[in-house]
Design a protein around this ligand. Structure first.
Ligand code: HEC
Length: 149
């Protein structure tokens, strides 16, 4: 191997190891129960509840089920930024604290995001197969959402 290639590999390795030391705070709430949670505010069939929790809560709640590679930089920072901006828009744990207007707007937005398959984020369902919603799931969720409006 050429010396220059070795040097480049060493530099890349060094950077990779160095960035591992930056670990932003984890989005974990240690099993806290929220009376303001989306699934507490509305009555919903168990399968609807399960779909929201499995497909949305990793980003839109205070508790993420991490996979090992979520801990490895640079994924660690990307994942945490995703969760932060997702929660700013919509935190299912805090649903009950939102104004009626905000809840109405979000119900519409949730329906639209699911119908157009923008949520759950496609790059996320690639790695989280169980979070993927098939057409039947989408129908069940959008039907339920329509009844809440
Ligand atoms: C991998 C993370 C991730 C998952 C999983 C995820 N979202 Fe999101 N979601 C985001 C991010 C990031 C944003 C905000 C940035 C954007 O606009 O794309 C967002 C935005 C939204 C918005 C827009 C809120 C608004 O202000 O109108 C809605 C609604 C939404 N998500 C619903 C859902 C639903 C419903 C699910 C589950 C079926 C889901 N999301 C799953 C990351 C996620």
């Amino acid at each position: 191997m050429k010396k220059v290639v070795k040097i480049i590999i060493a530099i890349v390795l060094f950077i990779f190891i160095a960035i591992q030391f930056y670990q932003p705070a984890l989005n974990i709430d240690k099993g806290q129960v929220y009376t303001t949670d989306f699934t507490q505010v509305y009555k919903m069939p168990v399968e609807v509840k399960a779909m929201f929790q499995t497909s949305c809560y990793d980003c839109h709640s205070n508790n993420t089920n991490y996979i090992w590679y979520d801990y490895v930089q640079p994924a660690r920072t990307l994942v945490e930024n995703h969760i932060k901006s997702a929660k700013e828009d919509l935190n299912f744990n805090e649903w009950g604290t939102y104004s009626n207007r905000k809840q109405e707007r979000l119900l519409n937005s949730i329906k639209e995001q699911i119908e157009t398959k923008q949520m759950p984020v496609p790059s996320y369902t690639l790695m989280h197969k169980n979070a993927k919603l098939n057409n039947e799931n989408i129908k069940t969720l959008t039907n339920w959402l329509e009844q809440q409006e």
